[in-house]
Design a protein around this ligand. Structure first.
Ligand code: ADP
Ligand code: MG
Length: 359
């Protein structure tokens, strides 16, 4: 359906896309992952000619996009793009947002366009918002409207550029659910995303982009469980951490808990796990003797979704397992952890909690 050969894009001296080659079949769902600044957005924008490629060729259903005689707007209509920021028309109702394209560009009758738009709003769960304005919707709802608007144009290829990255964590799943639903309807989709679990579960293939090329591609299992090349491995196995330092017994517990909450939201760790991670950090801190320099590190691994809390405090050795005062705290910790370890090394007490991260 889509064939890309030797695609390149330069901005002056800056080479963003070096040499992109890809073959995408009808109904395939391609996730594009990779560090930021590696040209993922530029690649999508070249595909629907929001950017003019510097070189190479793009074929869509047998039509060469870059040939002079090609009717670009017609091809672009086949490809809907959903952006990070929803790009709805603020002065039009939701229904009008969905019908303006079909009426003006596809020359549909207004009543037919209205009918189809209502069907699509039902599909994305927003029929009751048809007569509201974009401002009256949440971010997640706006993004679902943006998806419905693409479908209203009878597109058969959908391009998503980080569709959930401007959303509050609570709204991410409703948008992903709509995308999942479309995936079942044999839509061809290319999705730039940082939601690794989502990419893994929805994709037929994953492109890892780096260095202006598709550096490695494969099935989700290949890319996420068994990446072959250096940079892919580093990206997939990366671990995200937050650090928090405590300097006195009167530390600001609420501030610490807020930081943990934000960290968990950012990595789509459930509210339940977030809550007991906050509790566990409090329990661990209570067990310390010397409060002059406590360092907490909370790490999340993208690969296996594991969550680890490390608490380091300087001072004399304290074995938390041997202190009777800690009995209840340790019980709480053990209930929520896969393992708890303690060592004393280089003048530091180090407790490591592998926190259960389920659901
Ligand atoms: P990604 O989506 O992977 O984060 P982008 O495709 O947005 O990456 O950007 C890749 C590189 O191209 C970045 O270094 C960015 O600064 C540069 N870039 C993107 N658009 C333009 C532009 N219109 N003019 C100049 N440089 C650009
Ligand atoms: Mg981008």
């Amino acid at each position: 359906m889509i064939t890309v050969k030797n695609l390149s894009k330069h901005y002056g001296d800056l080479v963003v896309l070096k040499d992109i080659n890809a073959d995408i079949k009808k109904g395939e769902i391609i996730s594009i992952i990779g560090p930021s600044g590696t040209g993922k957005s530029t690649f999508l924008r070249c595909l629907n000619l929001l950017e003019t490629p510097t070189g190479g060729s793009i074929n869509i259903e047998g039509v060469s996009l870059l040939d002079k005689g090609t009717n670009v707007s017609k091809i672009r209509q086949k490809m809907g793009m959903v952006f990070q920021s929803f790009n709805l028309y603020a002065h039009l109702t939701i229904l009008e947002n969905l019908t303006i394209g079909p009426v003006k560009l596809l020359k549909k009758k207004q009543e037919d366009a209205d009918y189809k738009a209502m069907e699509l709003l039902k599909l994305v769960g927003l029929a009751e918002k048809a007569y509201n304005f974009p401002d009256e919707l949440s971010g997640g709802q706006k993004q679902r409207v943006a998806i419905a608007r693409c479908l209203a144009m009878e597109t058969n290829i959908l391009l998503f550029d980080e569709p959930t990255s401007a959303l509050d964590p609570t709204m991410i799943s409703e948008v992903l659910a709509v995308i999942r639903r479309l995936a079942k309807e044999n839509m061809t989709m290319m999705i730039v995303t940082h939601e690794m679990e989502f990419a893994r579960s929805i994709s037929s293939r994953v492109f890892y982009m780096d260095d202006g090329i598709i550096y490695e591609e494969g099935t989700p299992d290949q890319i996420f469980d068994n990446p072959q090349k250096e940079k892919t491995k580093a990206f997939i196995h990366r671990v995200r951490s937050m650090y928090y330092t405590i300097k006195s017994k009167d530390y600001d517990l609420y501030d610490l808990q807020a930081e943990i909450e934000i960290f968990c939201e950012k990595h789509v760790i459930s509210a339940k796990v977030s809550d007991y991670t906050q509790l566990l950090s409090e329990e661990v801190i209570v067990m310390q003797k010397d409060f002059s320099n406590i360092c907490l590190q909370l790490s999340y691994s993208e690969k296996d979704r594991s969550l680890e809390l490390v608490c380091e405090s300087s001072g004399e050795q304290l074995n938390p397992f041997e202190n009777e005062d800690n009995e209840i705290g340790l019980k709480i910790i053990k209930a929520h952890c896969l393992s708890v370890d303690y060592i004393y090394a280089n003048g530091k007490n180090i407790m490591t909690l592998k926190i259960k991260n389920e659901g």
